[in-house]
Design a protein. Structure first.
Length: 248
């Protein structure tokens, strides 16, 4: 990822509407499963600033091993007081088979070259214990690529069908697969496919805090989606995909 993005994350990750809302959705899906895993060892792949690693450790009491291929990410995470950190390559994880109860990968898959996602899934499955849980989030649909996508070095996007097929191919049973950030999809499509090409805006980060009223309005959309997902139903379209799967 673009090293400059870590500074943006440090400044806005805790308070910006997108991060707050997507964390709420993630924990809404994960809470019922976490209750069944009181002493879990979790491997996070692509930890960034380490924010999620710290929150999962505090929320569930799990032993979290945050990793990232980027020394910029690990420097940022260490500066924020994260947990024990490890630099490693997603495609060659330095762990024995069946080491972890859970593997977490949030928005990392999009940075791999097309085709490498299959190797990544094979590594996820390899280091999971039988019955272990994969928790994955990825950006959805190539049509939603934006100047932010170009800025952070995004190489590909996915559909729910692609990710579920990858999971099945590598011996993972789907527990939940849903889109998210759905209510704002029409606005996002108009912005990314109409406004940005029209203005020919250069690549730039979208991670920054807006006015309080706008932050509250945008967050309310993700809050509503979290409530909907709590009923067990899935969203049919969205800007992100969340996949929870267990190793057979």
């Amino acid at each position: 990822m673009n090293p400059g993005e870590y500074r943006n994350l440090e400044a806005a990750e805790q308070r910006m509407w997108w991060f707050r809302g997507m964390r709420r959705i993630l924990f809404q899906l994960l809470d019922p499963l976490a209750a069944q895993m009181p002493l879990a060892r979790l491997l996070e792949i692509g930890c960034g600033t380490g924010a999620i690693a710290r929150q999962i450790s505090a929320r569930y009491g799990w032993q979290v091993t945050p990793t990232d291929v980027s020394h910029h990410a690990l420097h940022s995470a260490a500066a924020l007081g994260s947990l024990r950190l490890l630099q490693c390559d997603t495609l060659r994880l330095p762990f024995p088979a069946s080491t972890f109860d859970a593997v977490l990968s949030l928005d990392m898959l999009v940075h791999l070259e097309p085709g490498q996602e299959s190797t990544a899934f094979a590594e996820f499955a390899r280091v999971l214990k039988p019955g272990g849980l994969l928790i994955l989030r990825a950006a959805a649909f190539h049509a939603l690529r934006s100047r932010h996508s170009a800025y952070v070095g995004e190489r590909q996007r996915f559909s729910r069908a692609q990710l579920t097929a990858l999971a099945h191919r590598h011996g993972l049973h789907i527990h939940r697969a849903t889109y998210a950030n759905s209510l704002l999809l029409p606005i996002a499509f108009a912005k990314f496919r109409l406004w940005e090409p029209l203005t020919q805006a250069p690549p730039a980060s979208a991670v920054s805090l807006g006015p309080p009223w706008l932050e509250a309005l945008l967050y309310s959309a993700l809050h509503a989606e979290s409530a909907f997902l709590s009923t067990g139903r899935n969203l049919p379209l969205g800007q992100s995909i969340l996949l929870l799967a267990r190793k057979r």
